[in-house]
Design a protein around this ligand. Structure first.
Ligand SMILES: [Cu+2]
Length: 118
């Protein structure tokens, strides 16, 4: 009986894993803000969010770009056209980032302390 149960559990686990793998490709989670990369610029160039907020970055250019923290604390790595990347800003502070492929592309995310609960 014990063996049967663990067999069932294995099947259920396999099913759960298969379902997860079969889900839509890395779907975007709800984000509070989106930064678009267009014409070799991040828009908005300065974004303000709160700690714990998730931000989506979308590359609208035909050229690959990255979203890389100046201090390397985060890095999207190469984003192709229409490529997206998300990052959750856990700690408040000012984050400068740039494109590693075009280092003159620079922008900032300002993370304020978490918004008070409503
Ligand atoms: Cu770039």
């Amino acid at each position: 009986m014990k063996a049967l149960l663990s067999g069932l559990q294995a099947i259920l686990l396999a099913f759960a894993l298969t379902s997860a793998a079969g889900a839509a490709p890395p779907s975007l989670l709800p984000a509070v803000a989106t930064v678009h990369i267009k014409d070799f610029k991040y828009n908005p160039p300065a974004l303000t969010v709160h700690a714990g907020d998730r931000v989506t970055f979308v590359n609208d250019d035909d050229e690959a770009h990255t979203v890389t923290a100046s201090d390397k604390s985060f890095d999207s790595e190469g984003l192709d056209t229409n490529g997206t990347w998300q990052h959750v800003f856990i700690k408040s502070g000012t984050y400068h980032y740039l494109c590693e492929l075009h280092p003159y592309m620079k922008a900032t995310v300002i993370v304020l302390p978490a918004a008070p609960a409503k």
